[in-house]
Design a binder for this molecule. Structure first.
Ligand SMILES: [Zn+2]
Length: 270
């Protein structure tokens, strides 16, 4: 599933192409993709609206339309592809935004888990999501207060979008390796020094991943078929039975917080 760096990469790739575009309509090819309106309702609402900007909150893409918001979650296999006029239809197209100049923004989604909603404000996102990883308010005090009552493993806490928004399975494993914390350690036992390391590691790993345009393991691509380059910098994720770059012991894969989790048993002791 695309995580924060991949979503940010998609936004950076589509923004210059769709900004200031005037919408003439939408086309819905898979009803469940659009969870707030019917095709005809949204066609009425969006007609003649202009895209003013595109932003991100957690793993959500937000298209700003003159005080209204189209909010997109790519989930497993969703992709946003910009097409100029007169190009053949794309496979797995679920939703299309049609522009005045005959270009389109097409949401393709093989597995059909991706969702798009049209909202008057961003309250529903802000109510369910925690701080952004690069927020100035993300500090040890915030994390301490959020984690102090959580007996569950730190891995699950990093995946919990209501604490820090945007981290998924790949980057959670990389962050914990960087600060040498075992993924199964109860979140509430981390001291403030470790919490501080956790914040810095989160920010540096996500920033590097954004600079590398994300990680492509299976599905992620942007533009027509560009892939992320951060895969070559991964230290533990997807490296089961490979040698740890720090200590030469072998990386292990376990199930933690319901997810396949990679770590070095020597560097990250329980
Ligand atoms: Zn190691």
């Amino acid at each position: 599933m695309p995580e924060l760096p991949e979503v940010e990469t998609v936004i950076r790739s589509i923004t210059p192409k769709i900004i200031k575009q005037k919408i003439i309509g939408i086309k819905l090819n898979w009803d469940k993709t659009l969870y707030t309106h019917s095709e005809s309702e949204l066609n009425k609402s969006l007609k003649n609206k202009c895209i003013s900007s595109v932003s991100r909150r957690g793993k959500y893409i937000i298209i700003h339309l003159q005080n209204r918001f189209l909010i997109i979650h790519l989930r497993m296999t969703g992709k946003l592809i910009f097409q100029k006029k007169n190009i053949k239809p794309l496979q797995h197209s679920r939703f299309e935004i049609l522009f005045n100049d005959k270009s389109k923004l097409i949401f393709t989604d093989i597995r059909k888990f991706g969702r798009i909603g049209y909202h008057e404000n961003l309250n529903f996102l802000n109510n369910k999501l925690g701080l952004e990883p690069f927020s100035k308010n993300l500090n040890t005090k915030y994390l301490y207060n959020k984690l102090k009552l959580r007996p569950g493993p730190i891995k699950g806490t990093l995946l919990n979008q209501s604490i820090i928004a945007g981290i998924g399975n790949i980057y959670a494993d990389e962050i914990l390796f960087k600060i040498k914390v075992h993924p199964q350690i109860p979140a509430k036992t981390l001291n403030s020094k470790k919490l501080s390391e956790l914040i810095l590691a989160t920010q540096s790993i996500l920033k590097n991943a954004i600079d590398s345009m994300g990680t492509t393991i299976i599905n992620f691509s942007f533009d027509k078929n560009s892939s992320g380059k951060y895969g070559s910098q991964l230290k533990v994720f997807n490296k089961n039975n490979e040698k740890c770059q720090s200590c030469s012991n072998y990386i292990k894969k376990i199930k933690c917080a319901g997810r396949g989790t990679h770590f070095c048993p020597h560097c990250q002791k329980l």
